[in-house]
Design a protein around this ligand. Structure first.
Ligand SMILES: NC(=O)c1ccc[n+]([C@@H]2O[C@H](COP(=O)([O-])OP(=O)(O)OC[C@H]3O[C@@H](n4cnc5c(N)ncnc54)[C@H](O)[C@@H]3O)[C@@H](O)[C@H]2O)c1
Ligand SMILES: [Fe+2]
Length: 435
């Protein structure tokens, strides 16, 4: 039984929540719809954006054939960088401007979808790069209006970027990840085809599944929408509006599916049922966090990813160090949920139960340990790194990690407990290793 008193009205909080999502088509083989769907929304010349690896796989070939069959003129860009940067966003923007397209289709993981969002934004509403980037790192200016149509086709069971108005990148000059947030960035249409997951390396399935887990658990435990002050104008209600009845629905089901299928999907590329169910969980969690917002594990992930020195896991492009997004998030998660559990223990306990923890005999005081313990157990069986120590950090890095994460106010403010600089530093300390 879900705890509904968490969403009880308050005297000075917002009194309404909004539901926004992309139009979504989900099902095996639906990538073949790309051409007809592009044509039906009025696209005649489209930029197909992908990365170098995907450009050689059948998923992109299927989309190319479909566009050709529908008579949509297609120009291709496969220079997307895995874990994009400001420079790689700008390179994609130059391509978009020069190609004079009237729409976009992204075929790839979050890196590709986010790059297409940024290229579409800067090609449609040109501006100095930091203009639309979240404050305080950028100016946080509102995007001036709608963008060109964008069809997003996710190929990882992960980010949910096809449903969100967020584009994330690494700002090289600051060695910090940050993002652009606007409802105009939300793709027009998502084609979510679970068949694409058969070719995913195990490590990418695991990292992106933990991203999904954290999207769902952070949104479910976020500060409720009605404890956030109402905006000065209704049109200014933030996308990160806090936990609400709509996002709760997606979080619950995503967590339940992860409890059942996460380990199976990582262990066996041929387990079509498990991989398809993870894809559906990713979509649900994307819809949920796109309307509720994430909190501290994501806020902390931005410095864990941005300050990387020499970590380079299997399954990802070799040669340049990266902490893949899902790993950079989940290394922080047990420390954070142990800290946030006292604010809403029932919600942490429910989540642990859906994720498959043994909650018999556990009381509210145990909620943080139970949910943190379940995440750690899932990480062990899927070979994920043991805390931030497992991706190359030690005690000497805590200050730099804290300095990088503390400016992520949009995310930290969405946590159910206030997080001071000292508390944040303590969370990194507690995230160094778990076993
Ligand atoms: N916009 C959002 O709402 C949002 C949310 C979460 C994360 N993100 C961002 O998304 C990025 C991470 O995206 P991701 O986790 O989806 O992975 P990714 O796009 O970075 O891809 C990871 C690797 O998997 C490969 N790959 C992708 N699909 C494949 C397939 N079907 N078969 C074989 N290989 C495949 C890619 O070529 C790449 O090497 C990060 O930059 C992160 O910050 C964005
Ligand atoms: Fe994420």
């Amino acid at each position: 039984m879900a705890c509904c008193h968490y969403l009880a009205p308050t005297d000075d909080g917002d009194t309404a929540f909004s539901v926004d999502t992309a139009s979504i088509t989900f099902g095996a083989g639906c990538l073949a719809e790309a051409g007809d769907r592009a044509k039906s929304i009025g696209i005649s010349r489209i930029a197909l954006m992908t990365d170098k690896k995907l450009a050689g796989l059948e998923h992109v070939a299927k989309v190319r054939r479909s566009l050709q069959a529908a008579g949509v003129d297609c120009v291709e860009y496969d220079d997307v960088r895995v874990e994009p940067t400001d420079e790689s966003f700008l390179a994609a923007t130059r391509f978009a401007v020069e190609s004079k397209v009237d729409g976009y289709i992204s075929v790839g993981g979050g890196s590709v979808i986010d790059t297409a969002k940024a290229a579409n934004l800067y090609a449609t509403h040109p501006a100095e790069f930091l203009t639309y980037v979240n404050a305080p790192i950028g100016a946080g200016a509102a995007t001036p209006g709608p963008l060109k149509p964008h069809i997003a086709c996710p190929t990882t069971s992960g980010t949910g970027s096809e449903c969100t108005g967020i584009a994330v990148f690494d700002l090289l000059s600051m060695q910090a990840k940050t993002g652009i947030v606007s409802k105009h960035l939300r793709p027009t249409l998502a084609l979510v085809d679970p068949e694409v997951t058969a070719s995913l390396p195990a490590n990418v399935v695991a990292a992106s599944a933990f991203d999904v887990l954290s999207h769902a658990l952070e949104s479910y435990t976020a500060r409720p929408y009605n404890r956030r002050q109402a905006p000065a104008l209704p049109s200014l209600r933030p996308m990160s509006q806090g936990a609400n009845p709509w996002s709760d629905l997606g979080c619950r089901e995503a967590l339940r599916l992860l409890g059942l299928y996460l380990e199976r999907a990582v262990a066996d590329a041929g387990d079509r049922e498990a991989r398809a169910q993870l894809m559906w969980a990713a979509t649900l969690a994307g819809i949920a966090f796109g309307n509720a917002g994430c909190h501290a594990p994501h806020g902390m992930s931005y410095s864990v990813a941005g300050l990387v020195r020499d970590f380079c896991p299997a399954g990802y492009p070799q040669g340049e160090p990266i902490v893949p997004h899902g790993m950079s998030v989940i290394v922080n998660a047990p420390a954070v949920f142990r800290f946030t559990a006292p604010a809403c223990p029932e919600r942490h306990m429910e989540a642990a139960d859906w994720l498959g923890a043994d909650v018999r005999g556990a009381g509210n005081d145990d909620a943080g340990e139970v949910v943190g313990g379940r995440i750690i157990a899932l990480r062990k069986t899927t070979d994920m790194p043991n805390g931030i120590g497992g991706v190359g950090y030690g005690r000497d890095d805590i200050d730099a990690l804290t300095n990088g994460a503390f400016p992520q106010r949009r995310l930290l403010k969405n946590a159910p407990r206030d997080i001071s600089r000292e508390a944040l530093s303590g969370l990194f300390e507690n995230a160094i290793s778990y076993w």
